[in-house]
Design a protein around this ligand. Structure first.
Ligand SMILES: Cc1cc2nc3c(=O)[nH]c(=O)nc-3n(C[C@H](O)[C@H](O)[C@H](O)COP(=O)(O)OP(=O)(O)OC[C@H]3O[C@@H](n4cnc5c(N)ncnc54)[C@H](O)[C@@H]3O)c2cc1C
Length: 418
């Protein structure tokens, strides 16, 4: 079958490679370089245990204080609030114990074997060298901060995740880079790290081309639908036709999603990284700074500090306060590190109201599939998402009820997106 995958981030690349492995003739389409969107700037964590949504119970009461504090990792552009509000209300309504518990169960399926899924995708390709089987560490400034996180740790342990607690001094024996930084460290075992997300995507893309895949650099604008199927998509480089179409457009999916007849409340959650180029010291393991909600990750030739959460829309310029927030923490957690240069990046996580990624086929279209909405865990879940989509398209059995990822669920609930 002739398949077109539109959007070449980690979700699109993974889908294209698995489709190819299942014997299809695949073309990838992207308006930019493959892997250069959100999949470029992330913290590089294969966060198998990231099964808790942002919207935990009690968040709603903390938000006003958080957006007003300059010590909080949450940012909001007030001018954007009227546009954000309908989504925000739906989003926060999912901050219930029931939703969190259900979400964690379902997301364990998508995330739990992420290291193996990445290896299965990349084994035998130039991309495998960037996958590292590291613990994902969470560093706490005080015993009280660790105690406050213990319910989340206990929750993950109950789902089968192994988490070992060490004192900061014990951890520093493994990773002297963090000497004196933490009171305690929770080591989330058997996770993983991508040491260069862009190089990883490029290597996957090279493998896709080597296996006979085609690439078209084009920006897709319109979908032409007739008789329950897509006839073609229009792009700035002319029409594109195929037997099957997959849309993996990351945070930029909303317009096309509506054209596909989907009604999915989606927002972009801004995020930032700063990179210290050619640092004088390198950490061994990735560490989430619990107090700051950002991650310090060792990458090839640089250290990346990535995270934060900003509601400001896809067109928002860089927020100097967010950049300042990260750079202030360099002085606190990396005081002895010298480096040649510092680079700043600002990107957008695609997030649905219930935080579930959207994976599947719009019910009324026979030849379209979508894969988006992977919020904070898209790098982790990309290979499995791609495999699931390729299996669906190839009519291979997927041994799991995937209804929580179903693109049609919001319309079924009567949700209209404005
Ligand atoms: C600061 C930050 C840190 C993060 N850290 C992590 C982490 O440690 N671990 C983790 O698992 N996840 C992390 N994430 C989330 C993760 O990066 C995303 O969920 C993931 O990259 C989304 O991948 P994607 O393929 O869906 O989208 P993208 O990578 O954004 O790809 C979408 C592609 O579609 C293309 N495109 C868009 N519109 C069009 C169009 N009209 N025509 C043609 N092409 C188009 C774009 O050019 C782009 O290449 C982080 C995100 C941020 C912002």
């Amino acid at each position: 079958m002739k398949c077109v995958v539109i959007g070449a981030g980690i979700n699109g690349l993974s889908t294209a490679i698995w489709l190819q492995r299942f014997g299809h003739d695949v073309t990838l389409v992207d308006r930019s370089e493959p892997g250069a969107g959100t999949s470029y700037g992330n913290a590089g964590i294969l966060a198998a245990g990231a099964v808790l949504p942002v919207t935990v119970p009690g968040l709603i009461t903390k938000i006003p204080k958080m957006v007003l504090s300059k010590h909080s990792p949450l940012f909001l552009r007030w001018r954007y609030l009227p546009r954000l509000l309908p989504f925000l209300m739906k989003y926060l309504s999912f901050g219930t114990k029931k939703h969190v518990s259900h979400f964690a169960q379902e997301m364990s399926y998508l995330l739990g074997d992420s290291y193996d899924q990445h290896m299965a995708l990349a084994q035998g390709t130039g991309a495998a060298q960037f996958i590292h089987p590291d613990d994902y560490c969470h560093g706490y400034d005080s015993q009280a901060a660790l105690d406050a996180d213990m319910p989340a740790i206990a929750f993950r342990r109950a789902l089968g995740y192994q988490i070992d607690i060490e004192t900061g001094a014990e951890f520093a024996k493994t990773d002297p880079f963090h000497q004196g930084n933490f009171s305690h460290v929770a080591r989330h075992k058997n996770h993983g790290r991508i040491s260069d997300p862009l190089a990883y995507s490029r290597a996957l893309f090279d493998h896709f081309l080597d296996q006979g895949g085609a690439f078209r650099k084009a920006c897709v604008s319109d979908v032409v639908i007739a008789h329950g199927e897509i006839e073609c998509v229009h792009s700035d480089h002319g029409p594109i036709t195929a037997d099957q179409y997959v849309f993996t457009l990351g945070p930029w999916v909303q317009d096309i999603s509506k054209q596909l007849g989907l009604s999915i409340p989606l927002e972009s959650e801004g995020g930032y990284h700063v990179e210290l180029i050619n640092p004088s010291m390198m950490p061994k393991l990735p560490v989430m700074i619990s107090a700051g909600k950002f991650v310090i990750t060792p990458m090839e030739g640089r250290i990346r500090l990535a995270g934060l959460l900003e509601f400001a829309g896809l067109d928002a310029p860089d927020n100097p306060k967010a950049v300042d927030y990260l750079t202030r923490h360099i002085a606190k957690y990396l005081p002895h590190v010298r480096y040649d240069d510092m680079k700043v990046w600002h990107g957008f996580r695609p997030t649905t109201a219930n935080s579930y990624p959207v994976i599947g086929r719009p019910a009324h279209l026979s030849n379209a599939h979508v894969g988006f909405g992977h919020q904070h865990i898209g790098l982790t879940a990309g290979p499995k998402t791609g495999r699931i989509l390729a299996e669906m398209i190839s009519n291979r059995p997927v041994n799991k009820n995937l209804s929580v990822f179903d693109p049609n669920q919001y319309r079924a609930m009567g949700v209209e997106v404005t």
